[in-house]
Design a protein. Structure first.
Length: 417
C-alpha cells in the first residue's frame, strides 16, 4: 500500500470545549417549493417545474482528474435548485435568490464574452447545447436559482448550478440528452464559457451519483460505477469542515499545478501520469530533473494508486471492516497534498490534524485546496466531539470559526416537482 507518514498533530488537545452545530441541508421538498414560490414572486407566473443538482465532496482522488486519473466523489444533500419555465420568445432571463444580478439576453446571441459572473454558469449550459437546439422554434426561458450549496467551501456550488440548469434546459426543450451529455455540457459551460478550470469530476458527481453510494470515476473515458458507501448503517459519518479560509491565488495556483503535472508526464514520455506504473515509482521519479515537478508527479501517481486501493478495500468488505485502512489512505492523501502538491493552507492542516487527534479514523482536505473544506471519517456518535476539537483548535490559532456538516451520500441531479 502506498502511504505517507502522518505528521504528529500540531494542535493541543484539552483546550476548552467549543460548542458546535452540525448544519443540516434544507428539506429537499420544502426547498423545491421555496424555489417555485421565488420564481412566481419574481416573474409573475408559476414555473413549469423545479430541478436540482447536489454539491459534492471528493472522498479521495484529488488533483488527478486532469491527468486522466481515478476519483471517488460523492454527492451531498446540499443542492442547487432551478425553478424554470419555457417562454414563447428567445429571451433568456436568469435570477437568483442569493444575488441581485439579473441576466436578460437574447439566447441566440450567447457568447462567452456576453455574460459575466455567476449567470455565465447557467447561460453557458444553454450555449454548450446550442447544436442540439438549432432546430427549436424558440429557446427562451425564465430561470430562478436558489443555491443551497455553501459558497466558497470547496463543495462545488458552481457544478451544482450548472447541472441544475442542464436538467431544467433538457426538460424544457426536450433535447433528448443522456446524463453524460449533460455532464459534458456543464463542463463546457465552466471551461469554455465561464472561463474557469475544471477536470469534470464535480459535474460527473453532481449528475451521476446515487444515494448511499460513492461514484468511482475514471477521468480518462468518464466511465463510472456506483460503490456502496452507506456510512449511516455502520455507525460511521463523514464530517465536513468548511474552514472558511479565504481563497487566494486559486486560479493561478491551479493552473500552475496542472502545468507542472503536464511537464512531469512529458518528462516521463507518457500521455498522462495515469500511464505511469506506480510499481516503478522510484525509477520514474529519478528521470525528472526538476525537484518541484518531481514532487507533483509523486502526488499524482500515488494518489491514483490510493484510489485503486480504496476501491479494492470497499469491494472486499464493508467500510466498518476496513475502516483503519481506509482512514490511513485518507491521511496519506492529505499529507501528499500538503507536502508534494502544496495546495493546503494552515486552516486545512489544522482541521485535519485536530480531527485525527480527536479520534477520526482519517481526515483530508477535499476539493482544489487553497481554502475550502476538509472531511473526516468518524464514528457517528463522535462527530460532534471531533467538530468541537476542530473548533477549539481554530480558536486557539485565531482563525475564523469553521462551519460543520454531516455528509450523506445523496442522489444526483433530477426533477423535484
Amino acid at each position: 500500500m502506498i502511504s505517507a507518514a502522518s505528521p504528529a498533530a500540531a494542535v493541543r488537545l484539552g483546550a476548552d470545549p467549543v460548542a458546535v452545530e452540525l448544519s443540516a441541508a434544507p428539506d429537499r421538498s420544502e426547498a423545491a417549493d421555496r424555489a417555485a414560490q421565488q420564481f412566481t414572486d419574481s416573474f409573475g407566473y408559476e414555473p413549469d417545474g423545479v430541478w436540482s443538482a447536489p454539491g459534492r465532496v471528493n472522498i479521495i482522488g484529488e488533483h488527478v482528474d486532469y491527468q486522466d486519473g481515478l476519483c471517488l466523489p460523492m454527492a451531498i444533500s446540499h443542492r442547487c435548485f432551478a425553478a424554470a419555465a419555457r417562454t414563447p420568445t428567445d429571451r433568456l432571463r436568469v435570477r437568483s435568490a442569493q444575488d441581485e444580478t439579473v441576466l436578460d439576453i437574447d439566447a441566440r446571441e450567447l457568447t462567452p464574452e456576453a455574460v459575466t459572473g455567476w449567470p455565465a454558469y447557467v447561460a453557458g449550459v444553454l450555449w454548450a447545447l446550442r447544436s442540439r437546439i438549432s432546430g427549436a422554434s424558440t429557446r427562451g426561458m425564465d430561470i430562478m436559482i436558489d443555491g443551497q450549496v455553501p459558497l466558497g467551501a470547496g463543495l462545488s456550488s458552481s457544478a451544482a448550478l450548472e447541472c441544475a440548469a442542464a436538467e431544467a434546459i433538457e426538460a424544457l426543450l426536450s433535447l433528448g440528452t443522456e446524463p453524460l451529455d449533460r455532464v459534458r455540457a456543464a463542463i463546457t459551460a465552466e471551461t469554455d464559457f465561464a472561463g474557469a478550470s475544471t477536470g469534470g469530476l464535480d459535474q460527473s458527481a453532481s449528475v451521476l451519483s446515487r444515494e448511499g453510494h460513492a461514484l468511482y470515476l475514471d477521468c480518462r473515458d468518464f466511465s463510472t460505477r456506483a460503490v456502496p458507501w452507506d456510512l449511516a448503517s455502520q455507525g460511521l459519518a463523514l464530517l465536513i469542515t468548511d474552514t472558511r479560509a479565504e481563497h487566494s491565488h486559486v486560479d493561478g495556483e491551479y493552473t500552475a499545478r496542472r502545468a507542472d503535472s503536464e511537464r512531469a508526464a512529458q518528462a516521463l514520455g507518457v500521455p498522462t501520469l495515469r500511464d505511469a506504473d506506480p510499481v516503478q515509482l522510484d525509477a520514474l521519479l529519478a528521470r525528472i530533473d526538476d525537484e518541484v515537478v518531481r514532487r507533483r508527479a509523486h502526488h499524482v501517481i500515488t494518489e491514483i494508486q490510493r484510489v485503486r486501493e480504496f476501491d479494492a478495500l470497499l469491494a472486499a468488505g464493508t467500510v466498518r471492516e476496513h475502516v483503519a485502512e481506509l482512514g490511513a489512505l485518507l491521511n496519506a492523501s492529505h499529507d501528499s497534498l500538503r507536502e508534494d502538491y502544496e495546495v493546503t493552507v494552515p486552516q486545512l492542516d489544522v482541521a485535519v490534524e485536530a480531527a485525527r487527534a480527536a479520534g477520526a479514523h482519517g481526515a483530508r482536505m477535499t476539493g482544489g485546496g487553497f481554502g475550502g473544506s476538509t472531511i473526516a471519517l468518524v464514528e457517528a456518535g463522535q462527530a460532534e466531539q471531533v467538530a468541537s476539537a476542530i473548533a477549539a483548535a481554530f480558536a486557539e490559532q485565531g482563525f475564523d470559526a469553521p462551519v460543520f456538516f454531516l455528509a450523506l451520500p445523496s442522489e444526483g441531479a433530477g426533477q423535484d416537482r
